[in-house]
Design a protein around this ligand. Structure first.
Ligand SMILES: Nc1ncnc2c1ncn2[C@@H]1O[C@H](COP(=O)(O)OP(=O)(O)OP(=O)(O)O)[C@@H](O)[C@H]1O
Length: 721
């Protein structure tokens, strides 16, 4: 029996919180070293099996057992219950007396055994939620489990076995046939929307194509993989096509990761070596959101798949002793559905979050050091905070025990506060690796699921969100908007300049490539010529060879006849001469044979060379076609960018003109004001110098003058306009 180092196990689950997680003035919690195991032990009733009625109201928690690993005699599945036998020596039996063992039964919404396929998981867990999502409801799906238990496999999958996100995207695009590829509004991360005019739409498209064309090689691979995946998925039952009358629908996706308690945007293309900037959290009406998170409008499954792959490429993975490709961060992929009414100002946004949690892990098993160790601490701590939040919510809801839920102690729990409190649909897939080696981790995950399943969810009403009146919105944020717009415009102009520079560079490269292409054409022409010559030469050699062969045969026959006829004769003076001639002829024939062999070898070499050249040529032609296509795309982009640039310049010019006019008006009005004041001063001094009986006349005169001057100002002002 394997002896477990208890001390090591405790620290593995409950390592002290990393200082980076805490605010500088917040004290470390005292009970941070309490394990979920202890919570379970104290509240043994949490493992109770729920009635179907309770089941409907609480968080749906599913269990998936990893496939392809030895399934030992530790687990027993009875319907939706899993009975787990914990052998002696395990960390989970640390409080038991010698010889005792524990058996605990856990209830789940559904259990998926090791043979279950990805499509079964999708049909049972996500499909119904997607219909709710299309109907305007928010949903969140978590995958929880130890490192290497199959969370990423479940949520992303492989091209051969696509996971929940690619399937959900494909389902949405197959279900919503009429998508708006020119959306009227964009969902902002704070829950509000931004109206999209032609310019902003163009910027959106430009940003998207920057992601789609990030690297040509990846693009080709992703397009090919997607086509294969789509072919596979197309054999699965087709979803009913939903057409919502008088409503325009658009799909937006975003992708973020929480790594070492820092939030990063995964859909930003950065120059090589540049660090991904950290994003902060914002709070709008008690809804926590990630500020400035990129949201990309996607019009079809292929675009969505490419963007998903772009984000995955930016995710942090590392090799640990447990999983050679272990996610080191929590990743959150969000699909947003924006529905805008064609007949009113109504906008409704629904979100579906897929949250792939980083795997909980034991330091001893992962053998992590340095950066990996810090990552592990942060991962385990944020999962611990998640566990504590869930436990406290359960106590609040069921035992009416007033407890503070420590949402603020990790970014993950802050972000999903509403979902965890039961205000949104929430599903949890607990992945376990049923091998004996992972027993403690599995036990831990099962206990976590038992608490999570107790949380009660509330009915989610669909609230249409009224778009703000454009004028009032502008008045409210006039200064802020102006400021932001100017900054945005400046930034855009800079970016466009950079882009134009980049495109010039690319253009030059294209020209070089074209040159290469032309030189290849010449090369091919000369190669063909060479080939022709070689064939002709080979035929000539062949002919010569045959001729020599004939001559040789003829000569040999003659010589043999001559030699045999003369053998009986006496030694004539010409016998020696003939023998000499014979041997010289033989030498010549041998030499000719050698030459022939050499020529044959040369010919063979030539043939190989030609074969190689033609293969290279085909390759070069393919590359050239690819480059030409890319060039054409870039050219269109450049033209678009130039058009946008010109339009922006015109807009800027108009703004400058307006400002100039306003400044002239202002100067004219202030001068006019000075003149009126001078006139009035003059009239006052005139009044003082006259006696009282003239006073009334003066006043009326002054009033007349003043009225005159005011009306003349008005006239002039009208004239000015
Ligand atoms: N049900 C399954 N069937 C076949 N292979 C699986 C299954 N689940 C997981 N795997 C394989 O096991 C390996 C580890 O899985 P995966 O990366 O999904 O684990 P993880 O829980 O996300 O780990 P980490 O938290 O370390 O990122 C992968 O190679 C994956 O393909």
């Amino acid at each position: 029996m394997e002896q477990v180092d208890t001390k090591m196990v405790i620290t593995s689950f409950l390592h002290a919180r990393d200082k980076s997680i805490l605010s500088w003035n917040r004290a470390e919690l005292k009970n941070v070293k309490v394990n979920l195991e202890d919570i379970i032990d104290k509240n043994s009733e949490v493992t109770k099996i729920q009635s179907p009625d309770q089941e409907d109201k609480s968080i749906r928690v599913y269990l998936r057992l990893k496939g392809g690993v030895p399934y030992e005699n530790l687990y027993q599945i009875n319907g939706d219950c899993l009975t787990c036998k914990v052998p002696e020596g395990s960390y989970s039996t640390r409080n038991l007396k010698y010889g005792e063992s524990i058996t605990r039964t856990y209830g789940f919404t559904k259990i998926f055994g090791p043979d279950i396929t990805q499509i079964d998981i999708f049909n049972n867990i996500v499909k119904a939620r997607l219909l709710g999502f299309i109907n305007g409801k928010n949903s969140t799906l978590f995958t929880y489990g130890a490192s290497g238990s199959g969370k990423t496999f479940t949520i992303v999958g492989t091209p051969e076995e696509p996971g929940l996100i690619p399937r959900a995207l494909e389902y949405i695009f197959r279900t919503l046939a009429d998508l708006d590829d020119k959306p009227k509004v964009k969902p902002l991360s704070n829950g509000t929307t931004q109206e999209l005019n032609a310019n902003l739409l163009r910027i959106e498209k430009y940003n998207k194509s920057a992601i789609l064309n990030a690297t040509l090689i990846d693009k080709i691979v992703h397009v090919k993989t997607y086509r294969q995946m789509q072919e596979r998925l197309s054999s699965e039952p087709v979803a009913e096509i939903i057409d919502i009358p008088n409503v325009s629908v658009s799909i937006w996706v975003s992708f973020a990761e929480i790594y070492n308690e820092n939030i990063h945007d995964l859909l930003v293309s950065l120059p090589r070596g540049k660090q991904r900037p950290k994003l902060t959290l914002g709070d709008s009406n008690d809804q926590i959101y990630i500020k400035n998170l990129t949201s990309v409008n996607v019009s079809n499954g292929l675009e969505a798949y490419q963007i998903l792959q772009f984000g995955i490429h930016n995710l942090r993975y590392a090799s640990t002793a447990i999983n050679s490709h272990s996610s080191r961060s929590h990743s959150i992929f969000t699909i947003q559905l924006v529905q805008t009414s064609d007949i009113s100002d109504d906008v409704h946004i629904s979100s579906f979050h897929f949250c792939d949690l980083a795997g909980s892990e034991r330091m001893k098993k992962t053998m992590n050091m340095g950066d990996r160790l810090k990552e592990s601490n942060n991962i385990n701590t944020s999962l611990l905070v998640l566990g504590r939040c869930i436990e406290n919510i359960r106590c609040l809801q069921q035992l009416k025990d007033k407890r503070l839920v420590p949402f603020r102690e990790s970014k993950l729990t802050q972000l999903f506060k509403r979902a965890l409190l039961g205000y949104e649909n929430i599903e949890m897939i607990v992945n376990i690796n049923p091998s004996r080696d992972m027993l403690d981790e599995t036990h831990h995950a099962l206990n976590f699921s038992a608490i999570a399943k107790e949380i009660i969810i509330e009915e989610q009403p669909k609230k249409p969100m009224k778009r703000k009146n454009r004028f009032s919105e502008q008045m409210e944020h006039k200064d802020e908007v102006e400021d932001r717009e100017t900054r945005k415009l400046k930034h855009m102009v800079c970016e466009l300049y950079n882009e134009i520079e980049q495109m010039k560079h690319d253009h030059q490269k294209e020209i070089d490539d074209e040159k290469l292409y032309v030189s290849n054409l010449y090369k091919k022409y000369y190669e063909d010529k060479l080939k022709r010559l070689e064939t002709e030469k080979a035929a000539e050699i062949e002919m010569l060879h045959e001729k020599y062969q004939l001559e040789l045969e003829k000569y040999t026959d003659d010589s043999v006849i001559n030699i045999s006829s003369s053998s009986n004769e006496c030694n004539s003076p010409c016998t020696d001469h003939k023998a000499e001639r014979n041997s010289s002829m033989k030498n010549q024939i041998d030499k000719l044979k050698e030459d022939d062999l050499l020529l044959k070898n040369e010919l063979e070499e030539m043939k190989n060379k030609v074969k190689r050249f033609s293969l290279e040529n085909v390759k070069l032609q393919e590359e050239s076609a690819m480059w030409r296509q890319e060039y054409m795309e870039k050219d269109t982009l450049l033209k678009d960018a130039q058009l946008l640039h010109e339009e922006l310049q015109e807009e800027l010019e108009e703004i400058r003109k307006e400002l100039k006019e306003l400044r002239a008006k202002y100067i004219w009005l202030s001068e006019e004001n000075d003149r009126t004041e001078q006139r009035l001063m003059y009239q006052h001094s005139y009044k003082d110098s006259h006696d009282s009986d003239e006073e009334e006349n003066t006043i009326s005169y002054t009033q007349n003058q003043s009225t005159f001057s005011q009306s003349s100002i008005k006239d002039e002002y009208k004239k000015f306009y």
